[in-house]
Design a protein around this ligand. Structure first.
Ligand code: CP
Length: 309
């Protein structure tokens, strides 16, 4: 196993998180620093993606490296029955870094056990999405000027949404207060609430998405109901449209409130929110480029400058 792998946000310390954020700031100012000349990264996407794959690939390209990989596993020999182990071992012969998304929880951890090449988890089932967390933290810091003492309201699919699981764990260092807004079928899993209890993190649970909750919030983190994780599509149909944010719902909100969403959105954010200065989800996705450049350099053990505002 390569110790520079990033499988779970809990793999890295508070100090490392803060260092990566300062390096993301550096890459935002210098996105074309060509320090990956001669390096090759593989993007192995066993599940669909737009932002994560394209921003990782852009990150490598802008740093002067090369990318190989696939975005559709049905075109690879895994469709002939090749195991994940064999796929990872094969790809490890060709590249310096593996960036992998897989539908199975634990797949990225497993990959680290069968290769010495660093592995970055680009999402494993409903489990973790640590690079998303780094861009979320970067976005929170940029919009709030701090990560400390914020009220974060997470809305929607808190059961299957891997981004909220990773973000919750990362914020343990920054004294957050969480509001979890979800229907009973999609509540935050018990293990994450236990994590909050063990780390002295305050949280409140709601099934109603009320003005009182919105108006006490600094970061409103909307999420999509993860249709692909449901075994019964009728269950999905029942819950898919329960929480939709529209512009009028932001009228009494704090000036500093920003709306985040890992994207893609389906019905969770009405299009009239896009025109609000509080909508930040497209800039959030852009921040992914800089955060992922920092993560890639960490994985490859490349020292880069840090920058503070
Ligand atoms: N946020 C996110 O993971 O988006 P993609 O599924 O498009 O990569």
């Amino acid at each position: 196993m390569n110790n520079n792998s990033l499988v779970s946000i809990s793999d890295i310390s508070k100090e490392e998180i803060l260092r990566l954020l300062r390096q993301a700031r550096y890459f935002e100012a210098n996105p074309n620093h060509r320090i990956l000349e001669g390096r090759v990264a593989a993007t192995l996407f066993f599940e669909p993606s737009t932002r994560t794959r394209l921003s990782f690939e852009t990150a490598v390209n802008r740093l002067g490296g090369r990318v190989i990989g696939f975005s559709d596993a049905s075109t690879t020999s895994s469709s002939k029955g090749e195991t994940l182990k064999d796929t990872i071992k094969m790809v490890s012969n060709y590249v310096d870094l593996i960036i992998m998304r897989h539908y199975l929880e634990g797949a990225a951890r497993y990959a680290t056990e069968v290769t010495d090449v660093p592995v970055i988890n680009a999402g494993d089932g409903a489990n973790q999405h640590p690079s998303q967390t780094m861009l979320d933290l970067y976005s929170i810091y940029k919009t709030q000027g701090t990560l400390e003492n914020l009220t974060i309201t997470m809305v929607g699919d808190l059961k299957y949404g891997r981004t909220v699981h990773s973000l919750l764990m990362a914020l343990q260092y920054f004294n957050p207060t969480f509001n979890f807004v979800a229907c009973k079928e999609l509540q935050m899993p018990v293990e994450y609430k236990q994590f909050c209890d063990e780390h002295g993190i305050r949280y409140n649970e709601y099934t109603d998405f009320t003005p009182e909750v919105i108006n006490s919030t600094d970061i409103l983190y909307m999420t999509r109901v993860q249709r692909e994780r449901f075994t019964d599509i009728m269950e999905y149909e029942k819950v898919k449209n329960l929480y939709t944010l529209n512009a009028s719902m932001l009228e009494g909100s704090r000036d500093n409130l920003r709306v985040l969403h890992p994207l893609p959105r389906v019905n969770e954010i009405a299009y009239d929110v896009d025109d609000s200065p509080k909508a930040y989800y497209f800039q959030q996705a852009q921040n992914g480029l800089y955060a992922r450049q920092a993560i890639i350099c960490r994985a490859l053990g490349i020292d880069i400058p840090e920058m503070v505002d």
